[in-house]
Structure formats: C-alpha cells, structure tokens
Design a protein around this ligand. Structure first.
Ligand SMILES: NC(=O)c1ccc[n+]([C@@H]2O[C@H](COP(=O)([O-])OP(=O)(O)OC[C@H]3O[C@@H](n4cnc5c(N)ncnc54)[C@H](OP(=O)(O)O)[C@@H]3O)[C@@H](O)[C@H]2O)c1
Length: 334
C-alpha cells in the first residue's frame, strides 16, 4: 500500500536523530546504523559533553545539547526516543509536531490517555510511529501468528506469560523512580501483557492484578485475565527472580511453549516447542534476520502500521487495567 506519509517519500536514506544516551541507545543505534536505507545524523543528551562523547563513540555527525534542539533539526526525518517512560509521550508528541516519524521505546507511554494522544498527534501530523518492541518483528512471530490463525493447537484455552530479571539497581535507576514511570508493571508487563494481547488479538473482558511494592514501585506483578469464550491468561513479571522471557499457549490439541520470546539468546537460534497430548515435544528453531532491523525497516517502509499500533495501544490499556485493579484491590471489568 502506498502511504504519502512514509519516510521513504521524504528523503533517502531516512535520517534518524536519537534522544537519550542510555543502555538501550547503544544497541539500537548500532541496529539503526546497520539497517539499509537508514542514517543516524544526530544524538541528543541533557548535557553537551555527553552528547559529544556519544556522537564520537557512535560515529554520528552531530552531538546536540537538549532534546528540543534535536527534534527541530532539518537533517532529522525520524526520531528514536530512548528516554525513561514518563518522557515518551512528551517527546513523541513534540517530535510529531515537527513532522518527524517516531520510533519510541517501550512502554509506549505511562497511560492509555498519553498513548492515545501520541497516536492522535502522529495522525494529525501525518507521521508514522512504532513502539520499539522488537519481538513482534521477529520472523518466528509471524509463524506464531500463522499457527494461531490456523488453529494449529486446536481451541486456545489458556495463555501464560512470564518476564523477569534479577537486578540490584543503582540508586539513580529510572526503573525505581515512580515519577519517571518506574516499576516492573510498565517495564516488563509491557512484554507479558503484550504477548497475551498478541495471542488473543483482543482486550480481556476482566483483569485481576496484585503487586509487591518495594522502594515505591511495583517490583513483582501477578495477574489473571478473562476473555470471551472462556479463554483465560495469567501473567507474571518482576525484578526479583532470575531471567524469564517465556510463555505457554495451551490449546485443546497441543501447547506452544517458548522460552526466549522477547529476545532470542545471542549465541543460539530463536526456538519454541509444540507439546502434544502423547508427550511428544517437537522443537522448532528459527535463524532469521535480526528483529530490531526488521522493526526499523517496517517503520521506514510503506507498509500499513495500524495493526501494530493497535497492539501497542491495547497493551497500554491492559497495563492501565492492571494498575487500576491493584489500586482498587479487586477484579476490574473492562
Ligand atoms: N526494547 C528493549 O529491548 C529495551 C531494553 C532496555 C530498555 N528499554 C527501554 O528504553 C528506555 C530507556 O531505558 P534504558 O535502560 O536505556 O535507560 P537508561 O540507561 O537509564 O537511559 C535513559 C536515558 O534517558 C535520559 N534521561 C533524561 N532524563 C532522565 C532522567 N530524569 N533520569 C534518567 N535518565 C534520563 C538519559 O540520557 P541523557 O542524560 O543523555 O539525556 C539516560 O541516559 C526505557 O523506556 C526502557 O523501558 C527497552
């Protein structure tokens, strides 16, 4: 489909500017720089010294002091936003007003009101947006979608998803600051809630969630969700157990198990198993292209993004509903 607002219709290569110089920036800048048709022309930091240092490190022409100066630059067509979650909406909306396309880190924002405002700003300014949720763009994910559509596992009855890591944080970590959108609900609930939304393709009809709060932010979340047709889901995420990035889709014929869905391990192919009623576990592995480069390529293509955007907006709604359930200490009907 031809899309007038596609970055490819503005200039080639698409010139990215980067906001923030944190941990994920290091990885994503390398992905941007190694994606066909993309150039990184500028990087901004709160301080001029840091911006200059990172620009030199990454081989980027301009290191800019302040995010506002970057989003107004004429040599920037698209902006990659790698800031703490509470800053995603403000800078995405600001960049959209400058007619820049948006690649925004997950979680998209901190609430569905903010997420809707971001979506609206991009539509009004005719720019494209994606959240940087890499796993949705892996080739393996297309196989999951095909299997689910073909009822490969029979009727799906239950989904469970768990994402966690164990990390003693530094005191200045944004994940521990409620004002910056800290806590595992937004950070890791984005993956596990998003996986459940991806499998069901819809919003739950009810949610119950509970949290373990430490240092003012949720550090563990346990939730249950109900969907039409008696489909149920359970979610677990947190900062206080060793790395988990897995899910189970339980069907009437077989179950799909995947233990590396958010990001396959660097030293081995992406994998999953289909377990049947007779105890056979068939392993599938996927070499495939790198998920972040495929995500960037999609943003700068002419392909429609609506279904990915709907996935992100619904994930934000699921997180809001979990938050509301925790606040009210009861099951929330949606
Ligand atoms: N997609 C993924 O796989 C993935 C993985 C990890 C993280 N993330 C997401 O990426 C975003 C950034 O995470 P990160 O781990 O890269 O964080 P980080 O290392 O703390 O970096 C965040 C950057 O934001 C800027 N910033 C502006 N105001 C800030 C403030 N008040 N406190 C802290 N930093 C501030 C800083 O850059 P300057 O000082 O240079 O301005 C900082 O380097 C989060 O939304 C996170 O969920 C995504």
């Amino acid at each position: 489909m031809h899309d007038e607002s596609s970055p490819k219709n503005r200039t080639s290569p698409v010139r990215f500017g980067v906001l923030g110089t944190g941990r994920i920036t290091r990885r994503l800048v390398a992905d941007l720089q190694s994606t066909d048709g993309v150039e990184v022309t500028a990087i901004a930091s709160r301080t001029a010294e840091r911006a200059k240092w990172y620009a030199d490190q990454f081989g980027i022409a301009a290191g800019i002091a302040g995010y506002d100066a970057l989003i107004k630059r004429e040599d920037v067509d698209a902006v990659y936003i790698a800031l703490p979650p509470s800053m995603h909406a403000e800078w995405s909306i600001g960049a959209a007003a400058q007619k820049k396309h948006i690649l925004c880190e997950k979680p998209l924002t901190v609430s569905c009101e903010e997420a809707d405002a971001l979506d609206r700003a991009c539509r009004e300014n005719q720019v494209r947006w994606l959240d940087a949720t890499g796993w949705l763009h892996h080739e393996r994910t297309e196989t999951f979608a095909k299997w689910i559509a073909e009822k490969h596992f029979g009727e799906i009855g239950h989904i469970s998803a768990a994402v966690s890591f164990y990390q003693p944080f530094q005191s200045d970590e944004h994940r521990l600051d409620p004002k910056l959108g800290g806590g595992c609900l937004l950070d890791l609930g984005w993956y596990s809630g998003g996986l459940i939304r991806f499998v069901t393709g819809k919003m739950p009809t009810a949610i119950y969630a509970d949290s373990v709060i430490r240092e003012g932010v949720p550090q563990r979340i346990t939730a249950m969700m109900w969907f039409d047709n008696n489909v149920t889901a359970t979610l677990s995420c947190g900062y206080d157990t060793a790395s988990r990035k897995w899910f189970e889709v339980a069907g009437s014929v077989s179950s799909l198990i995947c233990d590396d869905f958010t990001r396959p391990w660097a030293d081995r192919p992406a994998r999953c198993w289909v377990h049947d009623a007779a105890g056979t576990a068939q392993e599938h592995s996927f070499e495939g292209q790198q998920q972040e480069r495929r995500m960037i390529a999609k943003l700068i293509s002419d392909e429609p993004l609506e279904s990915l955007q709907r996935q992100a907006l619904d994930t934000q709604r699921i997180i809001d509903a979990m938050e509301e359930s925790i606040r009210q200490e009861q099951r929330i009907v949606i």
